[in-house]
Design a protein around this ligand. Structure first.
Ligand SMILES: [Zn+2]
Ligand SMILES: [Zn+2]
Length: 183
């Protein structure tokens, strides 16, 4: 076992729990095998960073979104390492510069009907001539599409794949949108 294996254990989650706090790591008790007190999520994240572990999954390589539902940590590409988290952050920053809102808007203006995240990401890769695996295209395109959804330019039309906490915390694997403003 790692000298600084950090544990996050669920507390009792009330029915009226704050979903934002829940997703931000609340309703958990944190501890490390080294015995350093970790009274808050912030303390746990700092301890993860100072022991070279990912501050999102605290080194476990998986994120437990709600009790019983885990997924591979996206911040550190499932490695649990702080180094990988920093590399991923730099790659994402590069993707932000390359894949602008204008690029995504231009690409989706060519879709006449509904389009999925993966179709939009493929179209962006094609348009920019990006080789697969060089840049986190999918996550960046997803974020831009969520932004355009927020401003009402496109509308989410697919149903969630998973309801993790009633309808308040849901998961979409490959969501589908449709443009609301004709080009
Ligand atoms: Zn420790
Ligand atoms: Zn991680």
């Amino acid at each position: 076992m790692h000298a600084h294996t950090i544990f996050a254990e669920w507390d009792e989650i009330p029915d009226d729990a704050d979903d934002t706090a829940l997703l931000a790591g609340g309703y958990r008790s944190y501890s490390c095998v080294c015995g350093t007190p970790l009274p808050t999520r912030m303390a746990a994240e700092l301890h993860a960073v100072e022991t070279d572990q990912c501050s999102t999954c605290l080194g476990s390589a998986v994120e437990e979104v709600v009790p019983g539902f885990t997924r591979r940590c996206t911040s550190c590409t499932g490695t649990g390492r702080r180094r990988m988290q920093l590399i991923w952050e730099m790659a994402y920053a590069q993707a932000e510069v390359t894949i602008t809102v204008e690029v995504v808007r231009g690409v989706i203006s060519r879709f006449t009907g509904p389009f999925s995240l993966s179709q939009a990401a493929d179209a962006v890769r094609g348009t920019l001539g990006l080789r697969p695996g060089r840049m986190p295209v999918g996550p960046r395109v997803r974020d831009v599409l969520r932004e355009l959804e927020g401003t009402g330019e496109i509308a989410l039309i697919s149903a969630p794949d998973e309801l993790l906490r009633g309808a308040s915390i849901v998961l979409y694997r490959d969501p589908t949108w449709q443009r609301t403003i004709p080009a």
